[in-house]
Design a protein around this ligand. Sequence first.
Ligand SMILES: [Mn+2]
Length: 357
Amino acid sequence: MLSLARNLNATRAIIHAGTSANFFCRRPALVLCVNPNRKRSGKRYNVPPSAEFVARVSGIPTMAKLPYQETADGLDAAFIGVPIDTGTSNRPGARFGPRQIRVESALLRSYNSGTRAAPYESLMVADIGDVNVNVYDLKDTCKRIRDAYRTILATGCIPLTMGGDHTIAYPILQAVAERHGPVGLVHVDAHADTSDVVLGEKIGHGTPFRRCVEEGLLDCKRVVQIGLRGTGYSADSYEWSRAQGFRVVQVEECWFKSLSPLMAEVRAQMGSGPVYLSFDIDALDPGFAPGTGTPEIAGLTPIQGVEIIRGCRGLNLVGCDLVEVSPPYDTTGNTALTGANLLFEMLCVLPKIKYFD
Ligand SMILES: [Mn+2]
């Protein structure tokens, strides 16, 4: 209560000073939500305005109501959108994913009540907008994504990507591997996304991880694919993955279980090397996340999704994405809301995040 009272008093002071309207500027946002328990490290972080004091429906919808800035300079982590669906094989609409995730993310608060993570007391985070994609040319889009992520990664910032269809993982991982070398991969998905050629094309949302392996972007012994399921083009749809050395965890191994024990094994598999987390929202059952392009029944629960992400705590995460949210197929907005929450969970397991234990 004491800290709440202090926050309230600080906020009143700002309101009386007449500056509260501009809550996207760094200083007012910080003053609005300053936590008196924060160690006096001298470093100031971006803190979203609290809905205790600022209506969450107000303002320009950035991810988690964080400040927007044009580059990754000075950031430890950044939310970035890649609004494409020109790689989809079935229902389109993922190009609207980043925008809808930002809108629904207005419900997010600053602390993780479950894990007691305090991301905005640990890292400098902002929303850096969207990659300027070419909706008429998927190959050009891939080049644009790769170039954008080279620039982001060169600053030392960890990208948290809002997709966009899963094609984007390929050019992102090209840039990630350029900086970090071949990375481990925690891939959560209904599909392996390891097809070679689809309708004569090498680039699409069913092929990114085949391309990544061909280019040596992955440390194949440190790849796990979780949640795979559905009908296939052959009886063993995941033979190619296993032949590369991937660990494949089909959804049947996940049914009716906590995935925390699995994640202990995954942490051992990943070791201390760099790891990329790629989470396709279609890993979740379409009853929970219907707004996606290629839904498959009998999927993971949101609880299991959260267990997977929280199980990545302690890994050397160098980038994360949440892809395939297609808002037109979920008029409730709940798929995008789920995506926003999963992205917040990803932020909460990045290296150097502070926890109140
Ligand atoms: Mn996928």
